[in-house]
Design a protein around this ligand. Structure first.
Ligand code: ADP
Length: 623
């Protein structure tokens, strides 16, 4: 009982928030909307009452044999009726316009709120299925709900005004008549509320299925998947899966709607019976001269309109309840809190690193994972120079970068920069000091120059610096060959876009990293798209870029790792061994063993101790 009450008050809280939201995004439109709503509630009642006056006026004029005062009165009522109908139509059109304008403003305002929240939330949410559900619901159906809620509540208010006024007219004929109007619609109220609740519960339980269907749809339509779809002939496979999921959802939805329809038909028939009874009663009274023809007209109008109105009212009560249920998703999403936050009084951010980055006994377990990705991990990365982190897949290398970027915080231990725990810095300021070049950098569908300048949106675009960054990253030459050089729109999503190769996109991403001029530069498997020649060129460029800064490279490849100042071999979330290429070979441990195996595979039995391994491009430390 108490729980039930709490549930209900929860929805009232959502209503309050939804109204606040709508009001803040479009105050003027909302005021006009409310005014039109009241007018639309009153005008139908005026029309009905004028019907009586017009009919009785005409009958009186006819019975008087054309007596002018009576005729003119009938004409006056007719003209008034015409005016009211005109005003009704004008208010309807104005209100439709205001509602569209209001809907546009509210939806843009809400989209901005959702985008802000999505961009600021902990990275961890992006790696959880529940988050994707919430996100899908918040972006999809829920986002239109605050306005829909306002509309449905507005319609309820408008219909109530009309119904109450109708009831007021009916009472003058008999106190019990409004009760007939009400009683006729009670079964419909029950059916509407009940079936809507059942439908919503079903809809919510199917969010996983809808996400699967969206995923199959994305596989079939997204440009990223287009090549493999064709090459592996996967289209039929995904289409079948999509159709199977959709047909399940469709069947179930139709089943619900069928049930709803039957329930509403039965309830509607009951209401119709009540209306026929009431109109019949008045017809009998007219026959016995106990009422006028105008009274019958009023009755007919009230009961035929009244039934429709009550139907609409119930429908709106149903959709109000329904919209409230959906709002829960939207507000739950907007209320999601972040764990990775800035402290109240952040430590001043460093401009350059003096000593280095220290991972101190770091243990980290991903949310919902039992096995730690890093356990009691210790590593010091000096301020100046290039450090390579190497290891098999799943060793924990990328996790280190996620922790350094504060996408997550360590479960135990700490990461310090010059002795200051990362958690003491402002998160945004810390990230400004990092430049991470991911294995698959983003392909921004914007002009080439802007693609580079996005590396630092904190300052106005400096074309000279953009060109310098492009030159240093080896991107300038191919950009100059593009149809409009730095102004060429990249990507193929939009008209006149030009596509780049994987390697060219990576060079552009390197230019972006240059442009950022951050004191810490991290490269995550940066050269996967490149041949060995480009790779060597790339590393030289990287070394120049990080001179005087802290460079970290995550890599599988000998050709990259061996050029670093220090190599750390990571395995099972721990540092297995560290040293330069020569030192590690001398040590004859894990690294040397892998190296030898690679050299044997390449047809060389003696490991070479210089910096130029044979067939370097294909040499991977770990495969
Ligand atoms: P590497 O970059 O060395 O290939 P990662 O740092 O990506 O390895 O992964 C380290 C370990 O953490 C692996 O066992 C991997 O399965 C696990 N892991 C990585 N990302 C997640 C995640 N989002 N949720 C749960 N476990 C993860």
């Amino acid at each position: 009982m108490l729980k039930n009450l709490q549930e209900k008050t929860k929805y009232f809280k959502y209503w309050k928030r939804a109204f606040g939201l709508v009001w803040r995004s479009a105050p003027t439109h909302t005021s006009f909307w409310a005014l039109f709503l009241i007018l639309q509630g009153i005008l139908p009642v005026l029309t009905v009452y004028l019907t009586k006056l017009v009919i009785d006026g005409i009958v009186a004029a006819k019975n008087s044999g054309g007596d002018w005062p009576r005729v003119s009165r009938a004409i006056f009522y007719l003209a008034l009726m015409g005016l009211v109908l005109l005003v009704t139509e004008a208010v309807k059109q104005l209100s439709a316009w205001v509602r569209t304008a209001q809907a546009e403003s509210v939806s843009d305002h809400l989209a901005d709120k959702i985008h802000k929240q999505a961009a600021e939330l902990d990275f961890a949410y992006y790696e959880s299925a529940e988050y994707h559900d919430l996100m899908e619901q918040a972006r999809g159906d829920s986002s239109s709900k605050p306005l829909a809620l306002l509309e449905s509540i507005g319609a309820v208010v408008q219909n109530i005004i009309t119904v109450v006024a109708f009831a007021g007219i009916l009472i003058t004929y008999g106190w019990w008549l409004p009760l007939v109007l009400l009683a006729g619609t009670l079964p419909a109220l029950y059916v509407t509320l009940r079936t809507d609740r059942i439908y919503h519960r079903w809809w919510k339980s199917k969010s996983d299925d809808r996400r699967w269907a969206n995923y199959y749809d994305a596989m079939l339509t997204h440009s990223n998947a287009a090549a493999e779809m064709r090459l592996f002939g996967l289209s039929k496979y995904f289409r079948t899966l999509y159709q199977a999921k959709r047909s399940g959802l469709r069947e179930e939805k139709l089943k619900h709607l069928r049930r709803q329809g039957i329930g509403k038909l039965l309830a509607g028939s009951f209401a119709l019976l009540a209306a026929v009874g009431a109109i019949g009663w008045m017809a009998v009274r007219v026959l016995y001269n106990l009422a006028s023809l105008g009274d019958l007209g009023v009755f007919y109008q009230i009961f035929s309109r009244g039934q429709t109105l009550m139907g609409a009212l119930l429908g709106n009560v149903g959709s109000t309840a329904n919209n409230s249920l959906y709002l829960e998703n939207l507000f739950t999403f907007l209320d999601l809190g972040s764990k990775v936050v800035s402290p109240a009084d952040p430590h001043p951010i460093f401009s350059t690193i003096e000593k280095g980055i220290n991972f101190k006994s770091v243990t980290f377990c991903y949310p919902d994972s039992t096995a730690p990705a890093l356990s009691d991990f210790n590593l010091f990365i000096p301020a100046d120079g290039v450090v390579a982190l190497v290891g098999v897949n799943g060793a924990g290398k990328s996790t280190l970068i996620k922790l350094l970027s504060r996408f997550y915080d360590p479960t135990e231990g700490a990461i310090e920069i010059d002795g200051v725990d990362l958690r003491r810095f402002d998160v945004r300021e810390l990230r400004q000091k990092l430049s991470v070049l991911f294995q698959f950098p983003m392909h921004y569908h914007s002009p080439a120059g802007e693609n580079i300048a996005l590396g630092n949106v904190e300052k106005p675009v400096d074309d000279k610096e953009v060109t310098t960054a492009a030159r240093r990253a080896g991107a300038h030459d191919f950009i100059m060959r593009l149809p409009e050089q730095y102004r060429t729109l990249l990507g193929k999503w939009f008209v006149n876009g030009t596509e780049l190769s994987g390697g060219e996109w990576q060079r552009l991403a390197l230019a972006r990293a240059y442009y950022r001029q951050a004191p810490v530069v991290v490269l995550d498997e940066p050269t996967s798209f490149m041949d060995s020649w480009s790779e060597a060129d790339w590393f030289d460029r990287f070394r120049r870029m990080v001179s005087g800064k802290t460079g970290i490279v995550i890599t599988h490849r000998f050709t990259i790792a061996m050029r670093a100042d220090v190599i750390h071999v990571i395995d099972g979330g721990q540092v297995l061994e560290s040293g330069t290429h020569r030192e590690l070979l001398k040590k004859d441990g894990f690294y040397a063993d892998s190296w030898k195996k690679q050299m044997q595979a390449a047809g060389e039995f003696e490991p070479r101790m210089d910096n130029h391994p044979p067939n370097a491009g294909d040499s991977k430390i770990f495969t």
